[in-house]
Ligand binder design. Structure first.
Ligand code: ADP
Ligand code: MG
Length: 243
C-alpha cells in the first residue's frame, strides 16, 4: 500500500507541475498571438515595438523550458566521487560577474581542501548555482554572502548565507512549489529543482530566514554512499534518476 500511496502522490505532483507549466507557457503564447494580430503593414515603427515584446516573450518560454530540462536529462546522470570544495570554487567563479555587478562580498570557508562527495556532479553544481543566484538576487546592493563546505562525522554540510531581504514564515513554506516566485522575471523553478536533486542524493535542505535580515540555506549530504543506500561505488556508477 505504501507503494500505491507514493505513486498517487507522484501523479498529483506531476499534475501540479504540468498545470503550472501549461499556465506559465500559455501566458506568453497568448501575448505573442495577440501581438501578431496587431501587426500593421502601414506602421513599421509599431511593428518594431511589437517585435521586441514578442522576442522577450519567446525568451521567457525558452528560459522556462531550459530550466525544466535540468530535470529531464536521463542520459547525463552519472554518480561519481568529486571534490565539493573545488566545485564550490568553480561555481563562485562562474557567478563572479553577477557578484561584481551587484557589489556583493563573498567569503568562502571550509575545513579541508578536499571534501569528496559521491553524487551527480552536474546536478549538484546546478543546485549550488541556483542557491547562490538566489542569494545574490536577494541582496539589494553591497551585501554579503558566506559560503561554507564542512564535514561532520557522516555528512557533508554546504551552507549559503546571505544578509539580503529574507522571508516571512509563509514565504519559507512556499519554497520549492513549482512556479512560486516573488521576482518580476523569476520562473519559480530553481528551488523545486534543488529540492528534487538533493532528494535524489538522499540529502536534505534546511532553510532559516528572517524578514529583512537574510537567509541561510544548508544542504546536508550523506558522505558515504553505502549509508545513503547508493549502489556500491566502483569508479563510476550510472544511476537512473528517480522518476
Ligand atoms: P526564482 O528565483 O525564479 O524566483 P526560485 O525557486 O529560485 O525561483 O525561488 C523562489 C522564491 O523564493 C524567490 O522568488 C524568492 O522569493 C524566494 N527566495 C529564494 N531564495 C531566497 C533568498 N536567499 N532570500 C530571499 N528569498 C529567497
Ligand atoms: Mg532562483
Amino acid at each position: 500500500t505504501e507503494e500505491i500511496l507514493l505513486k498517487s502522490e507522484k501523479v498529483s505532483l506531476i499534475g501540479e507541475l504540468a498545470a503550472g507549466i501549461a499556465h506559465e507557457i500559455r501566458n506568453p503564447l497568448t501575448s505573442i498571438g495577440g501581438l501578431v494580430q496587431l501587426f500593421d503593414e502601414m506602421n513599421p515603427q509599431k511593428n518594431e515595438f511589437f517585435k521586441d515584446i514578442i522576442l522577450t516573450e519567446i525568451n521567457r518560454i525558452n528560459f522556462i523550458v531550459s530550466e525544466l530540462m535540468v530535470l529531464a536529462k536521463p542520459h547525463a546522470v552519472y554518480f561519481s566521487w568529486f571534490n565539493l570544495v573545488e566545485n564550490t570554487k568553480n561555481v563562485m567563479e562562474l557567478l563572479q560577474p553577477e557578484v561584481n555587478l551587484r557589489n556583493v562580498a563573498i567569503t568562502f570557508e571550509t575545513d579541508a581542501d578536499i571534501i569528496e562527495v559521491y553524487g551527480e556532479k552536474n546536478q549538484l553544481t546546478q543546485v549550488m548555482i541556483n542557491l547562490l543566484k538566489n542569494a545574490i538576487e536577494a541582496i539589494p546592493s553591497g551585501g554579503e554572502i558566506r559560503l561554507s563546505v564542512k564535514t561532520s562525522e557522516t555528512n557533508v554540510l554546504l551552507s549559503i548565507q546571505d544578509n539580503g531581504v529574507g522571508m516571512t514564515e509563509e514565504q519559507v513554506k512556499k519554497l520549492g512549489e513549482p512556479f512560486y516566485t516573488t521576482k518580476s522575471n523569476g520562473t519559480g523553478l530553481g528551488l523545486m529543482i534543488c529540492f528534487k536533486i538533493i532528494q535524489n542524493h538522499k540529502g536534505t535542505i534546511n532553510v532559516e530566514s528572517e524578514l529583512g535580515n537574510g537567509t541561510t540555506f544548508t544542504i546536508t549530504l550523506p558522505m558515504r554512499p553505502s549509508v545513503a543506500g547508493y549502489p556500491e561505488n566502483t569508479s563510476e556508477n550510472v544511476a537512473s534518476p528517480t522518476p
